[in-house]
Design a protein around this ligand. Structure first.
Ligand SMILES: [Zn+2]
Length: 679
């Protein structure tokens, strides 16, 4: 075989384009929000195209050329080997997408195809020539990518005709969209907003209209938030960018209102205008390229090893920096909220204050006080948003505890916002709308976010509270509302004229009363009868049983053995050490605790290796001689023999300096009394 250097380069160039550039471009076309959120322009796109097309073939070509210089007989085999490697890389993602292929099999199959590819490549000259033509495919991929309508609108800022209200309006409008907040999480045992845990939500409800039966219409954040902003059901071919939503809350108020916008994930607000404030979370080009690299690594990594990479998620940002990613993300959300409040002003005309805060959405890091605790990764259970919670009862309880604690902090953030509006003197005259994009479920055997038969109300039922200008009396409505009703309602109350049709109806009249089905676009549009979604009682009763409510608060004392919390270790006769091995990660965090620095070392997690398989073992955590938490182990999603355990300590349990942390296995003595055995 005697291919010229240029021919060899063309081979590698062609195969790299299929292995790297094609899947990356395809991913970016499917999720143009990624580029929108990063504020990517034409130059960024060019950089991404160059980096995905050029470096890899040149590096491989240099490697084989060097090998050929050292020993000419090596050149042919090395080239064939690299052709095989790239062929394997091309076939890995499709094999990885086959769910039922276990662990290493996708990699083995890809290697098999790679070896076959190398052999065929050596044997058949016609294939080598064909591959030369493949080199022309690379620019073609780039062209298809750049000509995609969504990509063009984002990167080359093609002008979009926006739909603005023809009528003037001087009503200040405040629209607050929380994230991953099910209505039921706010309720006490009497199905009212829990005034002890969430005083600010309850206070707001006391002089606004609470639509208790409100549901979301999508499943992903981008779709759900877009539907709130534009009043239309989500559609797969519409992305969370302005061009796909020419009429939305921002465009509608653009002529009549100043804009004060916190929009971290979607990009529905029009271009910047002098005097308006947009908090869009700026991202540098370096960060864009790094995040693109993470997408690529995810695409090309076999599924079994993907957990080690930063996860791709709908925030579409800051994928890199995996160990600290979630701590940073949690902090940034609150910083953005505070920056937004600090810069709120009264302008010469009415203002639209629109906030999408990605809270109380995880990562769960906040105590109700606003102080943070640390943990490695997002969640010790690894229960992903779309993974099923099976055999993980304790992981569900622990997650729900952290969700409710974070929600209590979100309540105080809401209090800060309402105070700020009062300070500015616009609260009374303002139209204020509180809602959330979607919920989150805590049901055994269901997904956290995906819709199942047993988690509908938690996943779909989201708060909707509307305070009309001057409203001082609260009331509750059981109209079957949907989040698409928010925009037409705002338009009617604020006197704005809709220029294009919407799917929702204004809640001012009685139009929603005739609704008999609700729609939700989880995977494909699903319709529900109103009855299926209305009963709150069971879930509220379940939550009450788990964690009580504000009047009987058991957020720190829950689950079996929770009656041990608060007792001193010396009250117990201790059993002998067990052969069950309990590992606590980062145990040295307790050697020198600084109460003034955050995050606090309050989250405990590790592995438990029991004798006799993965049976459930109960643990008591003692800090400085007192039991402060009880917990249990749970299986991991990979179903390995090791099990995981986790527990959260209240911040008040820590003291400055050295803390004595001990873990005990809870067993029973001969009389059936509970007994603690040090592990
Ligand atoms: Zn969301």
């Amino acid at each position: 075989m005697s291919d010229s250097a240029l021919t060899r380069l063309a081979h590698l160039f062609a195969l790299s384009a299929f292995a790297v550039a094609a899947p990356l471009f395809e991913m970016l076309r499917r999720y143009p929000e990624f580029l929108a959120v990063h504020g990517a322009g034409g130059a960024d796109l060019l950089a991404i195209a160059m980096l995905s097309l050029l470096p890899l073939p040149f590096v491989l070509w240099t490697m084989e050329s060097v090998a050929g210089r050292l020993r000419p007989s090596l050149l042919g085999p090395v080239h064939a080997g690299l052709v095989g490697f790239l062929t394997a890389l091309i076939t890995l993602p499709p094999f990885g997408r086959i769910d039922w292929l276990p662990g290493p099999l996708p990699v083995a199959l890809a290697i098999g195809v790679g070896v076959a590819g190398a052999i065929v490549f050596v044997r058949f000259r016609v294939l080598r020539e064909l591959l030369l033509w493949g080199a022309a495919a690379a620019p073609a991929f780039a062209l298809i990518f750049a000509l995609d309508p969504s990509i063009r609108r984002i990167a080359f800022a093609e002008a979009v005709a926006v739909e603005s209200s023809a009528w003037p309006s001087d009503t200040p409008i405040v629209l607050v969209v929380f994230d991953a907040l099910p209505t039921v999480s706010l309720l006490d045992r009497n199905l009212q907003i829990d005034a002890l845990r969430y005083p600010n939500f309850a206070e707001f409800a006391s002089h606004s209209t609470w639509y208790r039966q409100n549901t979301t219409v999508g499943y992903g954040t981008l779709a759900c938030v877009s539907a709130i902003f534009d009043g239309r059901y989500p559609a797969n071919d519409r992305h969370a960018i302005l061009a796909d939503h020419p009429q939305n809350i921002f465009t509608l108020t653009f002529d009549s209102h100043r804009q004060h916008v916190l929009e971290p994930l979607t990009r529905l607000s029009p271009e910047r205008r002098e005097g308006d404030r947009y908090f869009l979370a700026k991202v540098s080009r370096a960060e864009l390229l790094r995040d693109t690299g993470v997408i690529l690594a995810q695409l090309l990594t076999p599924p079994a090893s993907r957990d080690r990479l930063p996860a791709l998620d709908q925030t579409w940002k800051h994928f890199a920096d995996p160990s600290r990613k979630h701590d940073i993300e949690a902090r940034r959300k609150v910083e953005a909220f505070h920056a937004y409040l600090d810069e709120m002003r009264v302008a010469e005309k009415a203002t639209l204050y629109a906030i999408h805060t990605v809270l109380p959405h995880g990562p769960f890091r906040y105590f109700p006080s606003g102080r943070t605790y640390s943990i490695e990764g997002d969640d010790p259970s690894g229960a992903a948003n779309w993974g099923y919670w099976k055999g993980m009862e304790w992981a569900i309880l622990h997650n729900q505890q952290r969700h409710l604690l974070q929600l209590a902090y979100v309540d105080s953030l809401l209090g800060e916002l309402l105070n700020r509006l009062k300070q500015l003197g616009i609260y009374d005259e303002a139209l204020v709308v509180l809602t959330a994009d979607h919920g989150v479920g805590f049901v055994v055997g269901e997904q956290r976010r995906g819709l199942g038969d047993n988690n509908r109300l938690e996943v779909l039922g989201v708060p909707l509270l509307i305070k009309r200008p001057g409203q001082v009396v609260g009331n509750q409505s059981d109209l079957p509302t949907e989040s698409i009703d928010i925009l037409p309602t705002i338009a009617e109350i604020a006197g704005l004229s809709l220029q294009a049709p919407v799917d929702g109806v204004s809640l001012v009249g009685n139009a929603a009363a005739s609704r008999t089905i609700k729609r939700q676009t989880y995977r494909s549009p699903t319709e529900f009868s109103i009855d299926v979604l209305s009963p709150f009682k069971e879930i509220v009763a379940r939550n009450f049983e788990r964690f009580g409510d504000g009047a009987d608060d058991r957020l720190w004392v829950f689950g079996p053995n929770s009656d041990l919390v608060g007792r001193r270790i010396e009250e117990f006769e201790l059993g002998s050490a067990t052969d069950c091995r309990v590992v606590l990660r980062d145990a040295d965090r307790f050697d020198a605790v600084d109460l003034l620095s955050e995050p606090l070392p309050c989250e405990l997690y590790g592995e438990l290796y029991p004798e006799g398989g993965s049976q459930v073992r109960a643990l008591a955590i003692a800090l400085n001689g007192e039991i402060v938490a009880t917990t249990q182990n749970y299986r991991t999603k990979e179903n390995k023999p090791r099990t995981l355990w986790s527990a959260l300590l209240p911040e008040s349990a820590l003291r400055a300096g050295k803390n004595d942390l001990k873990i005990y296995l809870i067993g029973a003595d001969a009389r059936g009394e509970r007994m603690l055995s040090p592990v």
